[in-house]
Design a protein. Structure first.
Length: 397
């Protein structure tokens, strides 16, 4: 019955992580998968999350299905986090929000929605982008194209080329944008560049689709919502998928949301209804435990403050690792500019290493990176950063 199926080659990042787990070398270093590790190499359990779960356990009772669109408390908390508690878009009821199975679930629900209600519309993603962006939209039957983004010569952004491409797109084209901490490059638009981008999106009648998986890892929790709030204030309609996997260290809970900012409350009601229909055809309703964690942490002032402090500590540790890596590499490979490690933001950096150099890192030194050269900076710590830099210097020289 199933002999005609093609074998699955596996996800390149998850397969690489599996290979790392099987590597017997005791000094191996995993800089591939996008998970935050503390300085001891462990996934942290945040105090605010532990307290939220303790309260949930103490009050535990029946576990009914959540509504199709998820927990009302979580959805309200997500809206306040993204837009600010008193944003006009919220006061006027222009935002429809779903609790989703991680931001991946939100992206897929949005992709299915776009295929149904914007037939013939194509999606444009940055070159490069997270591999699963392409897979999810193509899986929904939407054609995916790319716009210029990363400049390998400078380790920065090809902003003018990006704008030129977007100015040429058909109306109602979907443009996928990383709100902060771009995955995989770590290269972000500045605030001034976002402000230049908005008129192009408006004039060309483009539909932005923001992915915000790393809120708080760039400049701060509110600061990293700048693009979301700018687009909402500008009057544009757009999608925003966000996640708490990294910021609350709750990867396996699949705690995410999808919000759509509309032109009016009437439009938002139509969107909310059709997004619920999309979810019903998919997974019916999201997880009650994930909703409880997020709504407890964001809804309690003490837990919210504790969470903000934890996120700041994680962000600062990543910045320290960037500086340490930059310092060792600059000393070991004089004459080469590694400043891009300092200007790129968030969990990831494009190292500039070739696939062959990445292979050497893995085979000779036990340092695992994605073959594109993407490195998860959060996998570095005080015990391995110098050894990583020395290995990188060896394959560069």
């Amino acid at each position: 019955m199933f002999q005609h199926l093609e074998p699955y080659a596996g996800d390149p990042i998850l397969s690489l992580n599996d290979a790392f787990q099987k590597d017997p070398r005791p000094d191996k270093i995993n800089l591939s998968i996008g998970i935050y590790f503390d300085d001891a190499g462990r996934i942290p359990v945040l105090g605010c999350v532990h307290e939220a779960e303790s309260r949930m356990l103490a009050a535990s009772g029946a576990k009914p299905y959540l509504p199709i669109d998820g927990s009302p408390a979580m959805r309200k908390a997500v809206q306040g986090l993204l837009f600010g508690a008193d944003h006009e878009a919220l006061r006027s009821g222009r935002v429809a929000t779903l609790q989703t199975v991680g931001s991946s679930g939100g992206l897929k629900v949005g992709a299915d929605f776009i295929k149904r209600w914007f037939p013939g519309t194509q999606v444009w993603v940055s070159d490069p982008t997270w591999d699963n962006h392409r897979a999810m939209f193509e899986g929904a039957g939407v054609q995916v194209n790319t716009y210029p983004y990363y400049d390998p010569a400078t380790g920065g952004l090809r902003f003018e080329a990006m704008l030129e491409t977007l100015r040429s797109l058909p109306a109602r084209s979907v443009v996928l944008l990383h709100a902060c901490c771009h995955n995989p490059t770590g290269v972000d638009l500045t605030r001034a560049q976002w402000e230049q981008l908005v008129p192009v999106l408006r004039e060309r009648e483009l539909l932005p689709y923001l992915d915000l998986a790393y809120q708080g890892y760039g400049d701060g929790i509110d600061e990293d919502a700048f693009a979301v709030r700018l687009l909402a204030t500008s009057g544009l309609s757009f999608f925003i998928a966000n996640s708490f996997s990294k910021s609350m260290s709750v990867y396996g809970e699949r705690a995410g949301a999808l919000s759509v900012v509309c032109g009016s409350a009437a439009e938002a009601a139509l969107v909310a209804g059709q997004m619920q229909a999309t979810v019903r055809r998919n997974y019916s309703s999201p997880a009650i435990h994930a909703a409880g964690i997020v709504s407890q942490v964001l809804g309690d002032p003490g837990l919210r403050a504790s969470w903000a402090a934890d996120v700041a500590a994680m962000r600062d540790r990543i910045l320290t690792m960037r500086r340490d890596l930059h310092g060792v590499l600059s000393a070991r490979v004089p004459g080469r500019d590694f400043n891009y490690f300092l200007s790129q933001r968030g969990m990831f950096s494009y190292t500039g290493l070739s696939a062959a150099q990445v292979d050497r890192l893995r085979d000779e030194f036990g340092v695992y990176l994605v073959r594109s050269g993407r490195m998860c900076v959060a996998g570095l710590n005080t015990g391995n950063v110098e050894r990583t830099a020395a290995a990188m210097a060896a394959v560069i020289s």
